[in-house]
Write a protein that binds this ligand. Sequence first.
Ligand SMILES: Cc1cc2nc3c(=O)[nH]c(=O)nc-3n(C[C@H](O)[C@H](O)[C@H](O)COP(=O)(O)OP(=O)(O)OC[C@H]3O[C@@H](n4cnc5c(N)ncnc54)[C@H](O)[C@@H]3O)c2cc1C
Length: 374
Amino acid sequence: MPRTNTRQAAGATLADLALGAVRPPTGQGYASLVRGKLTWPQPSEPARDRDVAAALWRDSALLTGLPGKRFRLGSPNMTEPFGMFEVEVSRTERLSPSFLRVTFSGGDLAHFADIGYDQRIKLILPLPGHGLAPMPQGPGWYQRWRELPGELRNPIRTLTVRLARPHLCEVDVDIALHDDDGHSGPVARWAATVRPGAPALLFGPNAGFDGPSAGMAFRPHAENGPVLLAGDETAVPAIAATLERLPAGCTGEALMEVPYEADALDIETPSQVKITWLARSGVPRGSLLHPAVVAAADRLLPPLAANDSVEDVDVDDLWEVPEDERPPGPLYAWLAGEAGVIKGLRRHLVADRGMDRRAVAFMGYWREGRSETG
Ligand SMILES: Cc1cc2nc3c(=O)[nH]c(=O)nc-3n(C[C@H](O)[C@H](O)[C@H](O)COP(=O)(O)OP(=O)(O)OC[C@H]3O[C@@H](n4cnc5c(N)ncnc54)[C@H](O)[C@@H]3O)c2cc1C
């Protein structure tokens, strides 16, 4: 299809752009959608057409119904740290008895931020008979989703980005398959049967956002540690992605409790952090992780003087992530997994070992017997 020049492109519709019928102007600047037509000022700086077109296509869902909204060419959702990415499953790989790697792909992912560490995202799944159609789009989508009747509410669950490859428009997530004891949730059921081509939405970080990254809890007290990373199988993707980005001089320990010995995955880290896998092999959840954290704390923390006063901790909390850029203390601890187990670990570090609570990030990633509610 012949492309029109820049002047003809002004006034085109988003659909024209998406179909390649018109070429957007090169240049940064702001475009507006007025009565379904695009308008933009003279370009001031060079930009790549491909990015502009992708940005417009990507924003079309958000912009529909928002006449007059301005957005920046070349960087979608520029003002928002997170955006909705339309994806489909391109492949799956069973990494071990308990882990399934799902690779999502989609043109939108060219604008997915590759942040690493424990970057969290939301996975939004199709509903039987409705697919992704009921999912509200645009500003306020979450509130509108909550107000939908239950049968029209697409399941939303939190996962970690295991690896983002925006240059290939791909994102990997590793899903811990829970034993099917009759109450598996939507993600576990979906993961058990998912095939390439399955559609989904990811609510994830925007590469175009120029503010501080959101959705990350790992904020160590010092670049080179020591750090203590501890969690169950649901925290393995976050711990693995964190280990891969730690600097070479960083020291500490990573303790991961998984269902089986064969769930010990290959993780490469440039750091000096010692990696230990703890295979439950049928013993109760947390019964290996708790003593391992107690022992690691003995190795990594200075001895507690007999008259040191320790802080009591609020045992009802399920999530506390220190906001301080540089939390105080000799050790930084990051704990995630089943809420009851994680609470016990945090209590030990803060109440028994006297760690400053601002140096302990603890996150109940899921709760035994409770579904995540979005
Ligand atoms: C920030 C964050 C990051 C996360 N990252 C990951 C990740 O990368 N990979 C990952 O697999 N999970 C991750 N999780 C945990 C995941 O969101 C929960 O396990 C979620 O409950 C799974 O959804 P579901 O639909 O399978 O089950 P739900 O509908 O939420 O729960 C159904 C039932 O299953 C139980 N259940 C939930 N998870 C498990 C489990 N793992 N084992 C056994 N029983 C379970 C619940 O207690 C409930 O009884 C993360 C959670 C958070 C908050």
